[in-house]
Write a protein of this length. Sequence first.
Length: 149
Amino acid sequence: MSRVSVKSGVGIALSMLFLWLALRKVEWSSVITSWRGARVDLLLLGTGLLICSWLVAAIRWRMLLTSVPHLRIRETFAYISIGYLANTVLPLRLGDLARASLIGKKKNAGISRALGSIAIERMMDVLMLVAITLCLMRVLTIPRPFKQV
């Protein structure tokens, strides 16, 4: 048995174990009832908006990594998707480390360069949130109970 097939077998076995642990106490009748009541149009709209936001993030990350030759937006989109997926199952935003590691190794970009670009991304995100908050504060009125806090 080759080393790759052993690693794959262990990976599949662990995946099955954790799926079973995660799903063993799910009340499937409640899940089905919830899905039947869901609005498909809103689910599709939300999915489309999510994909668009990932595309914008992929374009932005590509712009931050201009020094990496032959890097396409499709590739940065794939790495971003992998990173977000990993962030949903791993603690401490390790998905960002995963995508930095992937692009660093696959594209010879260097993990430190990729991590630096992700740090810049996060700073840009924070600045954008602050700008949006400041704009909204000028337009919206704050309810009285929150003013006292």
